[in-house]
Ligand binder design. Structure first.
Ligand code: RRO
Length: 302
């Protein structure tokens, strides 16, 4: 086990699920909680009230990539708050919400009911909603965070943001400057959410492989690994250069222990597994952890 710390939260190991995968129901979250090699449980991104999400088929996998347009299917915030049990693994509640008001209400509910017994990952980057998440452009992110931090106090709780992938140096610089204004409230960022607006066709029937949103959906899986690594490394470098004390959780394309090691090289303090967990189930944590141990022991790292 390789312990780590995200904000003020101690994790006995540093590999856990990505929000949205194997975490919609209590049974699924219990599966993760019972899996020794899964360091924490993060819930499906939720809204105040339950949502049915999009129609099936809304997930598709190949060996190279996954595409999804789940559409924020979730059981509502109360359901995920009720998952908290003392002495279980650390619990991250992934907060969605589609407006400033909803986000503020939800965060205040978590803080009032559970205080710092749980962590919050605020998802500002869902690729599958009618309007893009607030973190897709710097100006909208600035406005959303100004509003948020004038109305919530998260300084006692481990609090982070799930960000979309960025591609241009100017975006990494602009986003990191905005985050630096809130380094007292933001303990971590998770990079990256799925890549928006992927599309693939089924050659047999000539239709897109998923049915919602005219076939467009968020891309995950092995082919997005280089995008995730580049986002972690860009932010890690900028945070170091500018003395910004925000931890980075790497997410995107992990399917082996070597991939995990690459995220650590890029600057992540913990990592999340999404598509490969979908494909393989919770045993993925044991396999990937063992592979990671082989990589580091080959290198003589303890
Ligand atoms: O529910 C989804 O469609 C979804 C979300 Br909220 C997200 O953040 N990322 C994603 O790929 N799908």
């Amino acid at each position: 086990m390789f312990p780590t710390k995200i904000g003020s939260l101690h994790l006995e190991n540093f590999i856990y699920n990505a929000a949205g995968v194997w975490d919609t129901t209590t049974d699924q979250c219990n599966d993760l909680n019972n899996q020794k090699h899964c360091a924490a449980v993060i819930t499906k991104t939720c809204t105040i009230r339950p949502q049915a999400g999009n129609k099936y088929p809304k997930y598709h996998f190949t060996d190279q990539y996954s595409i999804n347009s789940n559409g924020l299917e979730n059981n509502g915030l109360d359901y995920y708050i009720d998952l908290y049990k003392p002495n279980s693994k650390p619990l991250f509640i992934s907060i969605g919400g589609t407006s400033d008001k909803e986000r503020i209400t939800m965060i205040n509910m978590v803080v009032e009911r559970l205080g710092n017994a749980v962590a919050i990952e605020l998802n500002l980057s869902c690729p599958n909603l009618g309007c893009p998440g607030a973190a897709y452009d710097p100006q909208t992110l600035q406005q959303a965070l100004d509003k948020l931090f004038s109305n919530v106090n998260v300084s006692d709780i481990t609090f982070g943001l799930k960000l979309p992938p960025y591609y241009l140096l100017r975006d990494f610089e602009a986003i990191s400057t905005i985050l630096s204004h809130y380094h007292n409230q933001i303990d971590f960022i998770t990079c990256v959410n799925s890549i928006p607006n992927g599309l693939d066709f089924d050659v047999d029937n000539g239709l897109p492989v998923i049915s919602p949103n005219d076939g467009y959906g968020g891309l995950g899986g092995p082919s997005i690994l280089p995008v995730g690594l580049s986002n972690v490394r860009h932010f890690s470098k900028l945070f170091k250069e500018n003395c910004i004390d925000i931890d980075i959780v790497g997410c995107g394309g992990i399917s082996s222990g070597s991939d995990v090691y690459k995220y650590l090289l890029a600057g992540a303090k913990a990592v999340q597994i999404g598509s490969q967990l979908w494909k393989e189930g919770p045993m993925v944590f044991e396999r990937v952890s063992k592979e990671f141990h082989l990589v580091v022991s080959r290198k003589g790292i303890t």
